[in-house]
Structure formats: C-alpha cells, structure tokens
Design a protein around this ligand. Structure first.
Ligand code: UDP
Ligand code: MG
Length: 153
C-alpha cells in the first residue's frame, strides 16, 4: 500500500469545501492516515514548490498558499499516488474534467483547491516534510476486503 500527500489549499479552506473534498477521498475507499491544519512557511514552500522557483509567478503562488492555514492529509491505498492524482484532475481547473475535484470546484490554475503528490518519490518526501512519524497512523481499516482482492496487494 502507498501513502500520498494532499494539501487542501486556502481556496478549499476559504470556500468552505474542505469536508466535501475529504469526502471524495473517503468515498473512493482511500484511508486517511494523517490529517492536520498548519500554516505553510516560506522555507517549506521553497522546498515544496522548488520546481517552480524560477517562474515569474513563484511569489504569487507562495502568497496564495500562505493566505490562511491549509490542511495536510496523508492518504493510504493501493497505488494511492496515481489514484489520488486522477481524482484531483489536471492543474488548470478550466481544463480539468468534470467529476474530478479541480474540474468540479474551480476555474483557476492557481486557486485549484488541492495539491497532490505527483510520484511515489515526491509522496515519500512530502510525507516527511509535513508529518512526524507519530502523526501518521497505522490502524486497521475494515473495508479493505471489500475494496481489493487479496492478491491485489
Ligand atoms: N501554478 C500556477 N501557474 C502555473 C503553474 C502552477 O499558478 O502556471 C500553481 C498551481 O496552484 C499548481 C501549483 O502551482 O497547483 C504547483 O504546480 P504544479 O505544476 O506542480 O501542478 P500540480 O502538481 O499542482 O498539478
Ligand atoms: Mg505538482
């Protein structure tokens, strides 16, 4: 099983849709193994969005992520990284397909509701970035036999 990281961005917090977005992951059968609210620092964002550091809009992306506290989630499931990216939809909310989170809730590239890890390597780095070991919980999740065949994982 894989753990991926999602951030409910200020656009989700301020628009009052945190619960709806979290429900989508729960309904899919993804297990929430960590969840907390925090304020993103400059230092963390420089690392988290280092692939965008040279972009002219880096400052506005950071300001947008620091507009208010965010909620970080650690989500566990089979192939959770790619499954969650599919639920999230493409970066630009105007292009994201209806049925995806970005496709259903936004019209923006920047104000696009959620962050989701884009590869197993980034998911591992992001889990370390946002969660201490004792903030990620290993607990039995009863729907598992109804979610996967026993030879799927
Ligand atoms: N972003 C933006 N303009 C761009 C590219 C990215 O405002 O041209 C923002 C947007 O909020 C996006 C985040 O920067 O979600 C991180 O960009 P990335 O390319 O990693 O997209 P994601 O993985 O979030 O789909
Ligand atoms: Mg990304």
């Amino acid at each position: 099983m894989e753990i991926t990281v999602v951030i409910l961005k200020p656009s989700a917090v301020q628009r009052g849709i945190m619960g709806e977005v979290i429900s989508r992951f729960e309904r899919k059968g993804i297990q929430i193994v960590g969840m907390k609210m925090l304020k993103l620092t400059d230092e963390v964002l420089n690392e988290h969005y280092s692939h965008l550091a040279e972009k002219p809009f880096f400052g506005r992306i950071k300001a947008s992520m620091q507009a208010c506290p965010v909620v970080v989630l650690a989500l566990r499931g089979l192939d959770a990284v790619s499954a969650v990216r599919k639920l999230t939809g493409v970066t630009n909310g105007r292009d994201a397909l209806p049925g995806t989170i970005r496709g259903d809730y936004c019209l923006s590239v920047q104000e696009n509701i959620v962050h989701a890890s884009d590869s197993p390597e980034s998911a591992r780095a992001e889990l370390r970035r946002f969660f201490a070991d004792d903030e990620v919980f290993d607990y039995s999740y009863h729907p598992v036999p109804y979610l996967y065949a026993n030879d799927e994982f």
